[in-house]
Design a protein. Structure first.
Length: 80
């Protein structure tokens, strides 16, 4: 059985996986080291929220925003 040749998709896929794992590890380290609470001013409310929660919410909103933007761009490309 021959060893498959690496192609661009495999290399890019592996690179994305490695970068993603490093990013998750860094976020986990930041979140675990910053457990104190911070007051957040949001319109009329000023709740105290842990920094870890703020980091997780920020990342989640970023991922959702990127996913939505990607969906819009893919849809535009499909129409053309």
């Amino acid at each position: 059985m021959a060893t498959p040749e690496p192609n661009d998709k495999n290399v890019v896929g592996n690179l994305k996986l490695i970068v993603g794992l490093i990013a998750v590890a860094l976020v986990a380290i930041i979140a675990l080291q910053n457990t104190d609470e911070q007051e957040v001013n949001l319109l009329w409310a000023s709740p105290k929220i842990s920094v870890t929660f703020l980091v997780v919410i920020t990342i989640a909103l970023t991922v959702v925003g990127q996913w939505l933007l990607g969906a819009v761009l893919r849809r535009r490309r499909k129409k053309d």
